[in-house]
Design a protein around this ligand. Structure first.
Ligand SMILES: Cc1cc2nc3c(=O)[nH]c(=O)nc-3n(C[C@H](O)[C@H](O)[C@H](O)COP(=O)(O)O)c2cc1C
Length: 346
């Protein structure tokens, strides 16, 4: 079934194929039943997860299909990136698919329908029981990025189980500068003060890029500790291009995801886990396409794992496959539960 679907979608350019997938998930009957196993259940940041595999941000940008994604087996879904105003993004074509390499390059630039539309879709939240993350980012033409984040937090706070601050997309000019120590401290201070009087304290994550130097990651860790941020999402797409990649890929600008990102994102994950030793929550993302890959991230310190690109290449049955494989790997290592495996490889 997946093979037929994938071959059909490959007839279209990647962005159209994505839009068709969203329509199918929204309107077609969901024939897959989520695989469940007790050993995959987790309690992280006060939230209950049926399994550690989440849909990464960027797939469900407008919060249209989070229910369907949970039905096909995802343990959680991160919607967005949503910006305050609707935004077209960069000129098309802006998504490039490399089937042989199981890689994607995108320079979408936060195309989305804006936060009001996003919130109108969240009324369907009532019957959604899996944790829902909301990933937020500023508009391209914003006069003040920090104001955009605070405005978004105030809008989405009551609907989110956790919020991810996206400061790592390579496709919005100057966004990654927010990862610099001074800028990041200003941003985090504003965020912390904007939520301190809310009734319920919800976990805030910061999604970082995989292209910085070690010192910069250490600065981020210091600030996350100083201001009690729940954790980090590691990582967004990379702007680096491995020399082994095809010429085509070397030349296309944008963020690279999928298989070629796996080792690079894992290096940063491991580095940050070594520095933090479980004091903050790490969500591992980048290049996961099997249960084995997901397990590797968990052993390197990820409490939760996300994926996007492999879903586009392998289709919806991938999630149950990954979860079944995880159950076997947990057993093989003699653990009773996936949570015992977190960081066990470091
Ligand atoms: C087409 C596309 C669009 C994306 N859009 C977003 C986005 O809006 N916000 C975000 O934080 N990450 C976005 N990402 C990055 C993913 O969330 C993820 O961090 C990255 O793709 C690495 O995971 P993967 O190798 O499993 O795809 C996007 C990725 C792709 C491929």
């Amino acid at each position: 079934m997946d093979k037929i679907l994938i071959n059909l979608l490959r007839q279209f350019n990647p962005e159209t194929a994505h839009n068709i997938s969203i329509k199918l998930l929204k309107h077609a009957p969901i024939l897959i039943k989520a695989y469940k196993d007790k050993s995959l259940e987790l309690d992280i940041a006060g939230l209950k997860f049926a399994n550690p595999i989440g849909m990464a941000a960027g797939f469900d940008k407008n919060a249209e299909v989070f229910n369907s994604l949970a039905k096909i087996g995802f343990g959680f879904v991160e919607c967005g990136t949503v910006t305050p105003k609707p935004q077209f993004g960069n000129p098309k074509p802006r998504v490039f698919r490399y089937i042989e390499d199981e890689a994607i390059i995108n320079r979408l630039g936060f195309n989305n329908k804006g936060v009001n539309n996003f919130l109108s879709n969240l009324v369907n939240r009532n019957n959604f029981y899996s944790p829902l993350g909301i990933n937020i980012g500023p508009n391209k033409d914003s006069k003040n990025f920090v104001d955009d984040y605070i405005n978004l937090i105030n809008h989405v706070y009551e609907y989110a189980d956790y919020i991810t601050i996206n400061i790592s997309s390579p496709n919005t000019e100057n966004l990654r500068k927010l990862q610099n120590k001074n800028e990041l401290e200003e941003l985090i201070k504003s965020i912390v003060s904007s939520i301190k009087d809310k009734d319920k304290q919800k976990p805030i994550f910061i999604k970082i890029n995989p292209d910085e130097n070690i010192e910069s990651y250490k600065d981020i860790i210091d600030l996350v500790n100083k201001y009690s941020i729940a954790g980090l999402v590691i990582s967004n797409t990379t702007i680096q291009r491995d020399r082994n990649l095809t010429n085509e890929m070397q030349n296309e600008t944008g963020g690279l995801s999928g298989k070629p990102l796996f080792n690079q994102a894992n290096k940063i994950l491991e580095l940050i886990y070594r520095e933090t030793q479980g004091s903050i929550i790490l969500i591992g993302v980048g290049g996961v396409s099997s249960g084995h890959d997901a397990y590797q991230k968990i052993k390197l310190g990820a409490s939760l794992v996300q994926l996007y690109s492999a879903f586009a290449f392998q289709g919806p049955s991938l999630i149950n496959r990954i979860n079944k494989e995880l159950v076997q790997l947990v057993k093989k290592d003699g653990f009773n539960s996936i949570s015992e495996a977190i960081g066990s490889g470091v």
